[in-house]
Design a protein. Structure first.
Length: 247
């Protein structure tokens, strides 16, 4: 993972584990949590751009770690990362190329803008793995899409291609003529020129009605994932190449 300040007020946070399609493990969650908290505490921060190195945005949780780092205790690495992402007072813009799978897709629900490349796709294969959604997706996706469409994505685990994701409102832009990171950085620069106080207050007000629901949902989902893993461990655990995406 790399965090880089751009123009003094923008931060680019890049997932850098392309050999595992930027799958996230305990070490990555911990680093991301620390970095996001530090960035959020900096008064000069105006926007944060989140991207992944290589052909994938993020293939989800590192499946090998389901055998070594689960069950997770309350307030564990996954929950701390999600809380840090949700708590950022400045806009977060995701640049998605290739696959955004599992937590790679659910973390986008906590971003303020999402720019996808034309070959990008989102996927929520939790039920396929014998577990339930995390990242408060069980709360947020039905709110975004309605019950029927959310259940379609959860129960089928199918890919949501960039154009469909745009229609559904799961991404805000499809960058067809240049890399999504370039478009995301341009959006961040445009936003950073506006009143930071107005932007921060707008973000706070937009999320205020969900503030008391999202945090408890993180823990409830992880608790139930732990229970389901006790019944049937994820079969792919231990195979570092068997992340459920082909970019």
């Amino acid at each position: 993972m790399r965090a880089e300040a751009i123009d003094g007020s923008l931060w680019h946070v890049e997932l850098r584990r392309p050999e595992k399609r930027n799958a996230l493990g305990v070490e990555a969650y911990t680093l991301l949590t620390d970095v996001l908290r530090q960035i959020g505490a900096m008064p000069d921060t105006r926007a944060v751009v989140l991207s992944g190195q290589g052909e994938c945005f993020c293939a989800g949780n590192d499946l090998a770690e389901f055998a070594t780092h689960w069950p997770q205790l309350p307030g564990g690495p996954v929950v701390r990362f999600l809380e840090a992402l949700y708590a950022l007072p400045r806009p977060v813009i995701a640049a998605v190329q290739g696959a955004a799978v599992g937590i790679g897709a659910t973390m986008l629900l906590h971003c303020d803008l999402v720019v996808a490349g034309p070959g990008a796709f989102l996927q929520y294969p939790f039920v396929d793995r014998g577990i339930i959604p995390e990242g408060a997706a069980s709360l947020l996706l039905p709110l975004h899409l309605g019950h029927l469409r959310a259940m379609d994505l959860f129960l089928t685990g199918r890919r949501v291609l960039a154009e469909e994701a745009l229609t559904l409102g799961l991404v805000t832009h499809v960058s067809r003529d240049r890399p999504p990171l370039d478009k995301a950085l341009d959006l961040a620069r445009t936003i950073s020129a506006k009143s930071p106080e107005a932007i921060a207050t707008t973000k706070q007000l937009v999320r205020q009605s969900l503030a008391d629901s999202v945090m408890p949902r993180y823990e409830w989902e992880i608790e139930n994932i732990n229970k389901l893993l006790a019944i049937r461990p994820i079969a792919a655990a231990g195979d570092s190449k068997n992340q459920a995406c082909k970019c």
